[in-house]
Write a protein that binds this ligand. Structure first.
Ligand code: NAD
Ligand code: DAU
Length: 348
């Protein structure tokens, strides 16, 4: 099996690469990543043969997936029956997309177009990794969940570019017979996630002596899934997914942001005092999606997939432990991320 993994130096991509190397020792993995601010070479260092005890198991090509020459050359090398491109590369952070939308249009739309054209030219299987945010949001008090039949209704520049990318993939399947699948997953957490994101931001704020930051009242609901469960579903889809299909991935992990914040504070012994919960409520995100919830029953039933990390509190404890033990991984970028937030965030 030969895989080209775009975005393989980012959060989910790096965890995916690490899983593939562990579970398929004979697989050949090439990571195509432009190493944006969101990437961290250290997430793959041992697999690149760097550092003490590292053994080269993975190739890293530092390039933009919207660079047609490089992408075409890498995709052209895939010709075996199990070979595929797994397309994680994207600008992924909603807050950044509100400040500066262009990189999102470039990477998520032009980048995906370029990957599609390379796969079409060389008749290569593609799995496109997408998000539940393409469906917009749900009311806080409704029972409904997103299903593969839910209409697209994205809210932010980030989710709109991911929706656009999904539509391109669907069009390439129908118009050109491209051998592709799509997955739309809910909010991931786990090791190697950039400290700009909600859960690692709060954990590293506490480790760094800063106060955790909750947008608005914290009533917004996210449907959390451990990154390893997302990636095990992607591997099931690669193995047995029906070409042309969209699969929803989620682990029934709905929690309000306030609940997640309180759990992190409990796990890290942050205790409030009278009138002070121990964290700050800060300026809300403009257009902030209220609630996401995934109905993954079709994926579970058809592919026999099930998440393994179903206890969110235990998963958060494991994540706290990882950030506590891996300060070298996140400390170099922490101050810059917080300075950026400080330029717009006000304590309510
Ligand atoms: P991330 O921001 O941590 O990593 C993205 C990676 O893509 C980085 O390594 C970056 O350098 C690379 N990249 C960006 N633009 C590129 C380009 N033009 N060419 C090559 N590389 C480029 O993101 P993530 O959280 O790991 O998300 C990965 C994918 O999963 C994205 O497509 C995202 O939309 C999707 N997704 C994320 C979540 C989540 O909760 N994080 C949930 C569902 C789907
Ligand atoms: O649903 C899948 C999506 O999940 C992915 O497609 C995105 O790539 C990924 O970033 C994530 O998007 P969110 O916007 O939901 O994630 P984020 O970690 O930015 O925020 C999670 C929630 O926490 C959201 O409601 C905003 C809130 N938040 C975020 C930050 C950074 C806070 O309350 N405080 C914070 O400091």
């Amino acid at each position: 099996m030969r895989l080209v993994v775009t975005g393989g130096a980012g959060f989910i991509g790096a965890n995916f690469v690490r899983t593939v190397v562990r579970e398929y020792p004979s697989a050949h993995v090439t990571v195509l990543d432009s190493l944006t601010y969101a990437a961290n070479r250290a997430s793959l260092a041992d697999l690149l043969g760097e550092g003490p005890g590292g053994t080269a198991r993975v190739d890293l090509v530092e390039a933009d997936c919207a660079d047609a020459a490089v992408t075409d050359q890498l995709v052209a090398e895939l010709s075996g029956p199990g070979d595929a491109v797994v397309h994680f590369a994207a600008e992924s952070h909603n807050d950044n997309s509100l400040a500066t939308p262009w990189p999102f249009v470039h990477s998520n739309i032009v980048g995906t177009y370029t990957v599609l054209e390379a796969c079409r030219r060389h008749d290569v299987r593609l799995h496109h990794v997408s998000t539940d945010e393409v469906y917009g949001d749900l009311e806080l008090d409704e029972e409904a969940k997103f299903t593969p039949a839910t209409a697209y209704n994205p809210s932010s520049p980030y989710s709109a570019t991911k929706a656009g990318a999904d539509m391109l993939v669907r069009a390439w399947v129908r118009s050109f017979g491209l051998r592709a699948t799509i997955s739309n997953c809910s909010n991931n957490y786990g090791p190697y996630q950039h400290v700009e994101k909600f859960i690692p931001r709060q954990i590293t704020n506490i480790l760094d002596g800063r106060r955790p930051r909750l947008y608005g009242s914290g009533a917004n609901v996210r449907d959390w899934i451990h990154v390893d469960d997302h990636n095990s579903a992607v591997l099931r889809i690669l193995a047995d997914g029906e070409l042309g299909r969209t699969y929803l991935i989620g682990a029934d992990g709905e929690q309000s942001n306030l609940q997640v914040m309180q759990t992190i504070c409990e796990l890290m012994d942050v205790t409030g005092t009278d009138g002070d919960p121990g964290f700050d409520h800060v300026t809300d995100r403009p257009g902030h999606d209220l609630r996401y919830a995934i109905d993954a029953s079709a994926t579970r039933e058809e592919l026999g997939w099930a998440p393994r990390h179903t206890d969110l509190r235990a998963g958060l404890q494991q994540t706290v432990d990882w950030y506590t033990a891996n300060r070298d991984w996140w400390e170099p970028v922490k101050a810059r991320v917080e300075a950026r937030y400080a330029s717009t965030e006000k304590v309510l």
